[in-house]
Design a protein around this ligand. Structure first.
Ligand SMILES: Cc1ncc(COP(=O)(O)O)c(C=O)c1O
Length: 401
């Protein structure tokens, strides 16, 4: 490693809160589906900044919008009507069955907004003291106190943060009877991911997803979907809930919305959105001019270039080739699963060494829960890059003892 790398790591360790277990890699530049480290070495990006750079890095059309919009209006606050914000809301609503949008700055804030809306809707529109939010084991919904509490994982993620907010319940993933038994008059909403990303790329079975929606309707509570990782064409539909024709009362998005600029959104049906009134929820930066203009262009490009179709086709191709690797090495790979370009490769043993070997060969991906190689490539990645990754993985696994 170069001195520049070592120096950077030492400075990082001195001045930043050490909350991340970083890869031994310092990225300086990124273009399309390529990352370049401080030594100029090139990597195939199979992570997209964790499902963010869906259109690839430094997309020329987005750079142009950034430049033009920055010269016009970057931020003015939500005390004003803003043309770019309204345009973006209209475009997003054109992709789904919701009626209103609240813009914010991250995934956690989008879920926080959804949780607050569910509670306030129950109290102010339905006149019910229904405040509980039910989520699934293995889920991930963010790191604010409420979204962390909603997150269905235990261990370090929650340690030391007591007392956590009240009013959250977690039920086993895939067990509809457990959900039925947990729903009560106090339930405001059930919040699910269509594919648990941080949980290790676990797609929700179709029948179960439908049953969750049906149960919510029967129990008069809200059906809410966290599309922060699955949304914006990643899984082969514009929104992952559209695979099963579901119609959530509320859903959330973030990550790829502005392709790298921090932006989140909560979308809600008309009657539910009435739960918010002027002053009941707000954020300074949400839906600012620059962010909205870039996100608007992102939506245009996703639709124009049919990137959901591409994600579906490339996802099928990648999964087919990875399943061939699994068939050749069944003692090394226990499962290949995913939806579109959200793919998990579950290894039989700890994946640290394989993950490092892939990086050595120039492929950057994520390792979830120590055993699942998680691929979230830009939706514009080439077929050749995906096939080269499968070949490298096969080679590495065949050499492993
Ligand atoms: C499904 C899901 N929900 C919420 C979040 C939190 O998003 P953010 O990190 O932007 O707060 C994430 C982030 O990984 C996520 O994958």
């Amino acid at each position: 490693m170069s001195i520049a790398y070592d120096t950077l790591v030492a400075r990082d360790k001195k001045v930043l809160c050490q909350t991340y277990g970083r890869y031994p890699l310092a990225i300086e530049r990124a273009v399309g589906s390529r990352l370049f480290d401080v030594d100029g070495r090139e990597y195939v990006d199979l992570l997209s900044g964790i499902a963010v750079a869906n259109l690839g890095h430094s997309h020329p059309e987005l750079l142009q919008v950034m430049q033009e919009q920055a010269g016009e209006l970057i931020h003015v606050s939500n005390l004003f009507y803003q043309p770019r914000q309204v345009e973006l809301a209209e475009k997003l609503l054109g992709t789904c069955a919701c009626d209103r949008v609240f813009f914010c700055n991250s995934g956690a804030e989008a879920n926080e907004a959804a949780i607050k809306l569910a509670r306030r809707y129950m109290r102010t529109v339905r006149y019910r003291d229904a405040h509980e939010i039910i989520t699934l084991t293995g889920s991930f919904h963010g790191r604010t106190l409420a979204t962390l509490t909603a997150t269905g994982q235990q261990g370090r993620i929650k340690e030391g943060f007591d007392p956590l907010p009240e009013g959250f319940r977690c039920v086993p993933f895939g067990d509809i009877e457990a959900l039925r038994a947990s729903i009560s008059g106090k339930t405001a909403a059930v919040l699910i991911e269509m594919v648990q990303g941080e949980g290790g790329v676990l797609p929700l079975p179709e029948a179960y997803a439908r049953q969750v929606q049906d149960l919510c309707h029967e129990a008069n509570c809200l059906f809410m979907v966290d599309e922060i990782q699955t949304g914006l064409c990643r899984t082969g539909r514009f929104w992952a809930h559209q695979h099963f024709d579901l119609a959530p009362d509320v859903f959330t998005t973030a990550k790829g919305l502005a392709n790298g600029l921090p932006m989140g959104a909560m979308l809600a049906k008309e009657h539910v959105a009435r739960g918010f009134a002027p002053g009941s929820h707000a954020t300074t930066f949400g839906g600012g001019g620059l962010l909205s203009a870039v996100a608007s262009k992102v939506v245009d490009i996703l639709l124009r270039d049919d990137l959901s179709g591409r994600a579906q086709d490339l996802g099928n191709l990648a999964c087919d080739s990875l399943r061939r690797v699994q068939a050749a090495l069944p003692d090394k790979i226990t499962a290949v699963r995913g939806l579109g370009l959200m793919i998990g490769i579950e290894l039989a043993e700890s994946g640290e060494a394989v993950h490092a070997a892939l990086r050595e060969r120039g492929f950057v991906c994520n390792l979830a829960h120590g055993k699942v190689l998680r691929l979230l490539p830009p939706l514009v990645i080439s077929t050749d890059d995906l096939l080269a990754f499968a070949a490298a993985l096969e080679d590495i696994l065949s050499q492993a003892k």
